[in-house]
Design a protein around this ligand. Structure first.
Ligand code: NAD
Length: 399
């Protein structure tokens, strides 16, 4: 993922005629905090916070708890955050954090201890105007609330603007849960308008019916009843119905802990089978590198929406782009999350709490502006949407 991110920055920078020194400056990370956390039971964990760029504002990016977290992955995600906030037109930089841990193996007390110790270690390096972390894979409002509390105890700052993704009771923003999926719907709608297909009836499949994937489908069902969801997957299996799946029913099924492998009201299919479906749009909302050298040839969709980070590998991206597949890049397609994180930070700093329609209206404005800028640059520069997103970000980062 790090190599892919760097390759894309170099490619966009060269297209813009930047010299090597400027390009390498864009790639370089400002600071890396690498440390170990020891729990009271003696167990130790590797922990990271990478602060890539604060040229446009405080570092911004999530904290991931996962056994596979490592420095290169955190570097890649921090780098992508700088380009995402820049491409989305936000006054924020890019950072990312993580702990190499399987949180499912910890008791609730151990998880709290780990979260608090992580925040305590980083307190001198973060804060509302320095670095504003947020939740990411396997972290949530409860974990962030523990971290905010720790930060407050150490610094006395009670503004709550030190972290975003907090619980609603602790200064979180309405609309944050749905923001990434909702932003993805807006990005796709803008692409269809750009392709003059605005009112076209489309079929789509979703890889990964988790937080982002499920909100994408329920918002789409509400705003665009002519978009037909025909398939969805989780980590174990996929389900299909040519007549269309009911997004709200699937969401309710999943919320109750249901697995698609046990779902009776649709046809079962393999996860790879879902990726190869002949649909108009393939929505990737699961993992990085889902479409790669091994499976890109099976892809039939003409549009891919990258809601996960880096779901289309570099080589697959080139081959699919050559075939005329439109790939809406992650740094725009999933920017809804960081946009509403930004709005949470603004509310905390101003001591305000906005209504959900107000948050959604501002999210819409940012997404429309970023998407329209993306399509304009792609057309003017005759480049792919991904290169256009990086060009727009680089313009802001070098201005
Ligand atoms: P999540 O854990 O809620 O959902 C992930 C879903 O993907 C789960 O349903 C899981 O079962 C499924 N999955 C895992 N492996 C799969 C596979 N091989 N095939 C099909 N499905 C599989 O996570 P999320 O918050 O929805 O995030 C999804 C992706 O979006 C991640 O890559 C994340 O980094 C990215 N992202 C999330 C946000 C956000 O606001 N949550 C913002 C930006 C980017």
């Amino acid at each position: 993922m790090l190599d892919t991110a760097h390759a894309m920055i170099r490619r966009a920078g060269k297209k813009m005629g930047l010299d090597n020194e400027t390009i390498e400056e864009l790639i370089k990370t400002n600071k890396e905090h690498v440390f170990q956390i020891e729990l009271d039971n003696g167990q130790t964990y590797d922990a990271y916070r990478v602060q890539h760029s604060d040229k446009l504002g405080p570092y911004k990016g999530g904290i991931r708890f996962h056994p596979k977290v490592n420095l290169d992955e955190v570097r890649a995600l921090a780098t992508l955050m700088s380009f995402k906030t820049a491409a989305a037109g936000l006054p924020l930089g890019g950072g990312k954090g993580g702990i190499a841990v399987d949180p499912k193996k910890l008791s609730s007390d151990e998880l709290e201890q780990l979260s608090r110790k992580y925040a305590r270690h980083l307190t001198p390096h973060i804060g509302p105007d320095k670095d504003v972390p947020a939740p990411d894979v396997n972290t949530n409002g409860t974990i962030i609330d523990w971290m905010v509390d720790e930060y407050e105890k150490e610094t006395g700052d009670s503004s709550k603007a030190s972290f975003t993704g907090k619980s609603l009771a602790n200064g979180g923003s309405l609309g944050r849960d749905a923001a990434t999926g909702r932003g993805g719907v807006i990005a796709l709608r803008q692409l269809l308008a750009h392709l003059d297909d605005k009112n076209k009836d489309i079929t789509y499949a979703v890889q990964g019916f988790g937080n982002v994937g499920s909100f994408f489908t329920t918002v789409a069902a509400h705003d665009h009843p002519n978009w037909k969801l025909v398939a969805a997957s989780d980590s174990q299996s996929a389900i299909y119905s040519a007549d269309g799946l009911d997004a709200n029913a699937l969401d309710a099924y999943k919320t109750k802990g249901g697995r698609f492998s046990d779902f009776k009201d649709a046809t079962q299919m393999s996860n790879e089978g879902l990726l190869a479906l002949d649909v108009d749009v393939l929505v990737l909302a699961a993992l990085g590198d889902s479409i790669n050298e091994a499976n890109y040839k099976t892809i039939e969709a003409s549009i891919i929406l990258e809601l996960a980070n880096g779901p289309v590998g570099e080589e697959a991206f080139d081959k699919l782009s050559d075939r005329g597949v439109s790939i809406v890049p992650d740094i725009i397609a999933n920017a809804g999350g960081v946009i509403v994180s930004y709005l949470e930070w603004v509310q905390n700093k101003a001591g305000e709490h906005w209504s959900e329609p107000e948050v959604n209206k501002k999210l819409e404005e940012y997404m429309v502006q970023a998407s329209d800028e993306l399509y304009r640059t792609a057309k003017q520069e005759k480049v792919s949407l991904k290169e256009a997103a990086f060009i727009n970000a680089i313009k802001r980062l070098t201005e």
